[in-house]
Write a protein of this length. Structure first.
Lengths: 250, 251
């Protein structure tokens, strides 16, 4: 009896450390699952993840936000924190990859069968801003596609763009709510978007989105943070990422 | 002296903001096309929004001020809702009403009228949040109108519109102006509902607060400069509202 009470007390008073993780919005589902696994293995650590556009997270880190790990959806935003000295370049590791897809709302499904249809007038398109990794990838892909589909197509597509979002989840929401006809998102988002339809972007135009992770220099829980990153890079983490449609880093 | 912490809570961030900005940077940022478009859009949309608020808000304030029934008190409370409703919730609510799948937005879309992602959506979001500030101020003003002049006017056989123009508007000029200024200040600062309901696009829906948010992720100089501009406007509005209130008190 007494020993049970002592044990309960020990659990209740066990010092819990909060591991602060900043992660790209597209990683939400798999990273939450990996975090739960991590907490089972390390009951003394609680993983707190903030999901947003990588560019927003990079700005937060540069402004002094505490972070034990940063998961960026592209190299450019990781380089933002490397350049400011918050992250050592040799700490940066790729851990996953992704592709783009065109997410089309149900009501526009018969009008929009592929990229070419985005050049019709009256189509409402939504994409992420140019600093957002998915937005940067989208522009890269559109540039390749316009070589084949033509500059007038690209100009009309740009004129059809009604909103620039700050992360990929916002683009998904706009399409899922049927407020826009189509949006550019990651393949992994399209798998989870239940109300919309995904239109494949041809391989020759698609881009490979490369995700990177690093433990910032000022992390106060660097040991735990490195264990968390190791879990993501290891077999278990990679299996979970693959289940949500992410590709291996190389 | 006991009030010092509260005063510092307001002043320290504002001085820190002013300290971050230099006149040279602000001028440079103000010269950029995107910044100018944001300022122009904000001025244009808030002017329309506050005009709508004044036109539809005055009759509502008139009703609230003139009636003592439980129903008018309910109306009074309802008209205050946008003050306490979080802007993000307002954004979702506006989408539910005016979005392409919304109650009003759906039929309008069928007729080829689009609300979301246009400057109209910006105006609606601004009017939604500004309305209570205007109504509040005008209700107070109307309650101070001398009942004698009112009944005299009514005996003259003046129509409600004539009554409003001849008696109410001149007698609560100050309250009207203060309501316009405070409502306008709230409209200029509208962020959350605009972002969700109107979207974010330069020149069309990216108002000054949205440009600040965009600047936060790409160019901090833009964010700081526009924040300073809004701070200066806010100070000007407050000072003007105070001056008007004082003049009212004197007369």
């Amino acid at each position: 009896m007494i020993s049970t009470l002592v044990a309960l007390f020990a659990i209740a008073s066990a010092p819990q450390a909060d591991l602060t993780v900043l992660a790209a919005a597209s990683l939400k589902a798999p990273l939450n699952e990996i975090a739960r696994q991590f907490e089972t293995k390390h009951p003394d650590v609680r993983v707190q993840i903030s999901f947003a556009g990588s560019q927003e997270l990079a700005t937060q880190i540069n402004l002094g936000a505490p972070a034990d790990a940063f998961f960026s959806a592209d190299r450019a935003q990781m380089d933002v924190v490397v350049k400011s000295g918050k992250v050592e370049a040799k700490q940066v590791q790729p851990f996953a990859a992704n592709h783009l897809t065109l997410l089309v709302s149900k009501s526009a499904a018969d009008r929009i069968k592929g990229l070419g249809d985005l050049g019709q007038s009256g189509v409402k398109i939504c994409m992420a801003g140019e600093k957002v990794p998915v937005g940067a990838y989208t522009r890269e892909m559109l540039k390749k596609a316009s070589a084949k589909l033509g500059d007038p197509w690209l100009a009309q597509l740009q004129a059809n763009t009604v909103s620039l979002e700050t992360n990929v989840s916002a683009v998904v929401s706009r399409v899922e709510l049927d407020e826009v006809d189509a949006g550019f998102v990651y393949q992994t988002d399209a798998i989870q978007a239940k109300k919309s339809i995904s239109r494949t972007i041809p391989k020759e135009w698609n881009v490979r989105a490369q995700y990177f992770v690093a433990v910032p220099k000022e992390s106060k829980l660097a040991t735990s943070a490195k264990q968390f990153v190791a879990l993501v890079l290891g077999r278990e983490g990679q299996t979970i990422l693959a289940r949500y449609g992410f590709l291996p880093p190389k | 002296m006991a009030g010092l912490p509260a005063l510092l809570l307001v002043l320290v961030p504002l001085f820190a903001l002013a300290n971050r900005a230099s006149v040279a940077t602000i001028l440079k940022v103000l010269g950029q096309s995107e910044t100018q478009q944001a300022i122009y859009l904000s001025l244009r949309t808030t002017a329309i929004a506050i005009l709508i608020v004044a036109v539809i808000g005055f009759p509502l304030a008139y009703y609230i001020a003139g009636s003592k029934s439980w129903f008018s008190r309910l109306v009074d409370t309802i008209s205050d809702l946008p003050i306490v409703l979080p802007p993000a919730a307002a954004g979702i609510a506006l989408l539910a009403a005016f979005g392409r799948q919304g109650w009003l937005g759906g039929p309008l879309d069928q007729m080829g009228i689009q609300i979301t992602f246009t400057s109209i959506a910006v105006v609606i979001a601004q009017a939604f949040v500004a309305l209570p500030y205007f109504v509040r101020s005008v209700v107070e003003g109307l309650r101070k109108v001398d009942p004698d002049t009112l009944s005299a006017g009514a005996m003259d056989g003046a129509s409600p519109i004539q009554l409003a123009m001849r008696i109410f508007v001149p007698q609560c000029k100050g309250a009207l102006l203060a309501g316009v200024l405070l409502g306008w200040a709230r409209a200029v600062g509208e962020f959350g509902a605009t972002l969700m309901f109107a979207g974010n696009f330069v020149g069309r829906t990216q108002t000054m607060p949205l440009a600040i948010y965009a600047g936060f992720e790409s160019d901090l100089a833009v964010a700081i400069s526009l924040s300073v501009v809004l701070l200066v406007l806010a100070v000007a509005v407050l000072v003007a509202a105070r001056l008007i209130a004082r003049q009212e008190g004197d007369s």
